[in-house]
Design a protein around this ligand. Structure first.
Ligand SMILES: [Zn+2]
Length: 109
């Protein structure tokens, strides 16, 4: 993938990740195990889809800066490795340069 496209994709994913952090923070403590609608964190610029998972599951994925949650079929095998398969979603890990960009853009840094 060309570098400028990779950067745009990484920027997009980081934006969705920030949205998801806000969703996660908006949950009450007792709702950690109730499914919530998180944004699909794939690199598609026109993706507006939602992924249903609990804040506890999201937090587990999110604790690794290279990992993202995407709908099944929204993975980019060129730069990502599938870590786990959930109910309708996948947890992917960025490889190589995409992984470095994801770490550099991590809003938790
Ligand atoms: Zn998507």
């Amino acid at each position: 993938m060309e570098e400028h496209i990779q950067r745009r994709v990484a920027k997009n994913e980081t934006l969705f990740r920030e949205v998801n952090e806000a969703i996660e923070r908006g949950q009450w403590p007792g709702e950690q195990d109730s499914p919530a609608a998180f944004r699909c964190e794939c690199g598609r610029l026109d993706c507006n889809e939602l992924v249903s998972l609990t804040p506890r599951e999201y937090e587990r994925i999110r604790s690794k800066p290279r990992r993202f949650v995407v709908l099944t079929g929204h993975e980019l095998e060129e730069v990502e490795t599938i870590v786990t398969t959930g109910d309708g979603y996948l947890v992917i890990e960025k490889r190589d340069e995409a992984g470095q960009l994801a770490e550099a853009n991590d809003p938790r840094d």
